[in-house]
Design a protein around this ligand. Sequence first.
Ligand code: ADE
Length: 231
Amino acid sequence: MKIGIIGAMEEEVRLLIDEMKEKKESQIAGMTFYEGSLRKKNTVIVQSGIGKVNMAVCTQILIDRFDVTHLINTGVAGGLYKDIEVGDIVISSDALQHDMDATGFGYDPGVIPRMETSVFQADKEMIKTAREVCREVNPDIQCFVGRVVSGDQFISDNEKKHQLISNFDGYCAEMEGAAMAQAAYLNQVPFLILRAISDKADQEAAGSYEEFEKMAIQHIVRLVLGILDKE
Ligand code: ADE
């Protein structure tokens, strides 16, 4: 087992990198890959950069060059589901790209033309473990299993938010997860997306993000380390 852990931003991976033992660094495509032991598990941690293209490139490198057997995307997200609060966690049931739009050809929003599926299923065993661990390590917050919707857009508008809920049944919106999910699907590598809610993807999103990002990251780091302790 070798687990690839990807965060888009420095602050999403820093605490994990600091915790890693026997680190070996390598640079590929402008990204720094840290290979080593995290809670005694063979892992590779990397900051992909923001957005779906960065994430897709990063995921393929982890698979081709580092031979990872499992993939985890960790970070923060905007909450969509009605009962979700800032600080809560979403464990991906599956993921799709909300900005894929071939509706002009009669496809439903989010559908990737000429692919067998556009909704990529997270690994069931990984979901189960994450759900159990989340209750143990974060007893004071809610932990949901639901759909992650990704796009190259920071969602900070109520109308757009409600579109993402009604079109896709999204639990949270972020900018990378579904790209990792699609690359994982194409390569048949099991994956999981873990996101803590930094804002509610509405008009107050930017301010909320600034205020609560740090707290959200603490929750998600606790979960990632708890999963590694368990496996
Ligand atoms: N990441 C954190 N909050 C987000 C939002 N509102 N939209 C997209 N990505 C996010």
